[in-house]
Write a protein that binds this ligand. Structure first.
Ligand code: ME8
Length: 525
């Protein structure tokens, strides 16, 4: 790992429980983080993108037991066979992958815990309360529903368990005012607004101290001064964002320098069900340690199945491969961010995905690319004519870049993608209006024909760069077919700030027919 001086833009996903294989809900967050990462890289920023797995606690321990394996063997197998390959398949460009069973994590967690104890934020006490193993959380009455005499967790719809233990406690209650001040002074640190309001009203109702250790099982990180107890899984897990970048290391060491370069995190992406952990407990832990709090926690909505949150425990999870086998990886990456406003729940439907694939990707985008390549081959022997301009297209492109950049930096992925696809539609309109196939019939129109072909190719150059973070592999194919690798350089090096500069493809670039970008779907899903 090379450590440069510049502060990196640091993006994280939740670390996922490895109680089973990933489903499209996990992929939703991780693709969003990947698009944000790639976009910021194309803004010329140094970006650090972290994902990983949450491997301790009762939930994982029980799933391993139910499968007749010891927990370490169970998590090793799932991480190697399911989680890491899944992110590779989806073309996720993470810089690091943290596992909470790694030594680099467990040691730093223990050191952090000891420092909080030394500064008086941790004390021993008795805990009695209701616990949901699915959430790995002590529940408040408002989080539960009574059914047939049993208290049921509203998220997992499973009965909670009574826990009575002598534990270590974190003085969470001391942080109500500092947290309220944080959100009053820096509302941008908890997004979207509805999520922040929920956190603020939760804080206003007061906080109780948090039990941060468990003594009735041993699948966790031992509390350093009391090895009969293991660290509460959420306390362990939240720290991953900081342990992965060298929390507490000597400032002169590699880890210490990495920490200075990355901390505080710029964006923690989370699903809305784990917002309180990230917007209440996590910043309080950091405040207690005298560390900066994250610049933004963004709680996105849920992918629903039959109106309910898709989940591993309810066995409603759809594997990403079930969709990518049919539609391809890039259509998958595109669809969820395009179809659902980030921050809002949305239902997945094969019909809707099929319709958008056909109209937006295959017709609007893919066809434009193949028509251009076919026409330059037919009318200009595959050689791009001299540089031309079209004031209307150029203006539209400049506005598109500004809109898309503003939206994506605000995590409005749908707004950003829509702006780019509007430009794509505008270019299709330009081709339809100019009718190059008619122009080609009369040699007198050749200058105009060349102009139209050049402008269309140039617009596709811009589209390839703008859509690259969402659909990297497809845009690389398009880039190649525009001869842009040779004439301009790798697509990943193209800066968003330069995209709108018209006339980058040089005269003479070789335009080749690529494979169809979005092939016709075999069977209607
Ligand atoms: O909560 N729709 O892990 P987890 C959208 N280990 N996103 C979804 C989703 C759905 N139906 N289902 C899951 C944990 N997700 C903890 C996190 S972080 C320090 C510890 C995504 O495996 C979403 O990002 O239950 C959600 O917050 C996360 O997966 C929960 O994953």
């Amino acid at each position: 790992m090379t450590v440069s001086e510049k502060k990196s833009f640091y993006v994280t996903t939740p670390i996922y429980y490895v109680n089973s294989a990933p489903h499209i809900g996990h992929a939703y967050t991780t693709v969003a983080g990947d698009v944000l990462t790639r976009w910021h890289r194309q803004k010329g920023e140094s970006v650090w993108y972290l994902t990983g797995t949450d491997e301790h606690g009762q939930k994982i321990m029980r799933s391993a037991q139910e499968n007749g394996e010891n927990p370490q063997a169970w998590v090793d197998r799932l991480v190697d066979n399911d989680w890491k390959p899944n992110w590779r398949d989806l073309n996720i460009a993470n810089d690091d992958f943290i596992r909470t069973t790694e030594k680099r994590h467990t040691e730093r967690v223990q050191r952090f815990l000891q420092s909080l104890k030394d500064s008086g934020y941790i004390y021993a006490g008795d805990y009695e309360g209701l616990y949901c193993v699915g959430c790995e959380e002590f529940k408040l009455p408002g989080d539960l529903t009574e059914r047939s005499g049993k208290q049921i967790c509203n998220i997992h719809e499973k009965p909670v368990e009574m826990v009575k233990e002598n534990n270590w406690f974190f003085k969470l209650s001391a942080f109500v005012d500092p947290l309220l001040k944080l959100y009053a002074e820096h509302p941008e640190t908890c997004q979207p607004e509805s999520a922040r309001n929920e956190v603020i009203s939760f804080l206003q109702s007061g906080l109780t101290d948090l039990s941060i250790s468990r003594s009735t099982f041993d699948w966790g990180i031992p509390v350093p001064w009391d090895t009969n107890q293991v660290v509460y899984v959420w306390f362990d897990a939240l720290l991953n964002y900081a342990t992965a970048v060298g929390l507490g290391d000597d400032p002169q060491s590699e880890g210490g320098k990495k920490f200075v370069q990355t901390w505080p995190a710029d964006v923690h992406l989370v699903g809305k069900e784990i917002l309180r952990f990230h917007a209440v407990i996590w910043p309080a832990m950091l405040m207690a340690a005298g560390l900066d709090t994250p610049k933004k926690v963004f709680a996105h909505g849920w992918l629903l199945v039959g109106g309910e949150k898709m989940s591993k425990s309810k066995l409603t999870g759809i594997a990403p491969r079930d969709i990518t086998d049919h539609f391809g990886v890039d259509a998958f990456r595109y669809y969820f961010l395009r179809a659902i406003p980030f921050g809002t729940d949305g239902s997945f439907s094969w019909e809707d995905m099929h319709a958008r694939y056909t109209s937006e990707l295959a017709n609007d985008f893919g066809n434009l690319a193949s028509r251009l390549a076919a026409m330059v081959n037919k009318y200009c022997d595959g050689v791009l004519p001299s540089v031309s301009h079209d004031a209307g297209l150029e203006r539209f492109l400049a506005e598109t870049v500004a809109k898309a950049d503003a939206a994506i930096c605000e995590l409005d992925f749908q707004g950003g993608i829509l702006a780019i696809m509007e430009f794509c539609k505008r270019v299709n309109g330009y081709v339809t209006e100019k009718e190059p196939w008619i122009l080609a019939k009369n040699p007198a129109n050749e200058p105009l024909l060349r102009e139209v072909l050049y402008n269309t190719a140039e617009a596709l150059r811009a589209l390839a760069v703008l859509l690259h973070s969402v659909m990297p592999a497809t845009c690389e194919i398009l880039w190649d077919s525009l001869g842009a690798n040779q004439s301009i350089g790798p697509i990943a090096d193209q800066l968003i700030s330069e995209v709108a500069k018209w006339g980058q493809l040089p005269q003479g670039a070789l335009i080749t027919k690529s494979a169809i970008l979005f092939p016709r779907l075999e069977v209607s899903a």
